[in-house]
Write a new protein. Structure first.
Length: 68
């Protein structure tokens, strides 16, 4: 999914849905780090992609909270 499409999708979600997605992304990041530490991770670029997605989710959450 392209970045602009992903951010547009995030902006259409509620804060509760964004918080749930944030928790899932953090779990995925933990699992990726664990796989990387045990040399089981094939695509190491996925770690940075998930970190950026977490930052995007947090940014949208902050924007929504500031507009309320």
């Amino acid at each position: 999914m392209k970045t602009k499409e992903y951010v547009a999708e995030l902006r259409n979600k509620s804060v509760a849905e964004l918080n749930n997605e944030l928790v899932e992304a953090k779990k995925e990041l933990f699992n990726l780090r664990f796989q990387n530490a045990t040399n089981q991770l094939q695509n190491t670029a996925r770690i940075s992609l998930v970190r950026k997605n977490i930052a995007r989710i947090q940014t949208v959450i902050t924007q929504k909270e500031n507009t309320l």
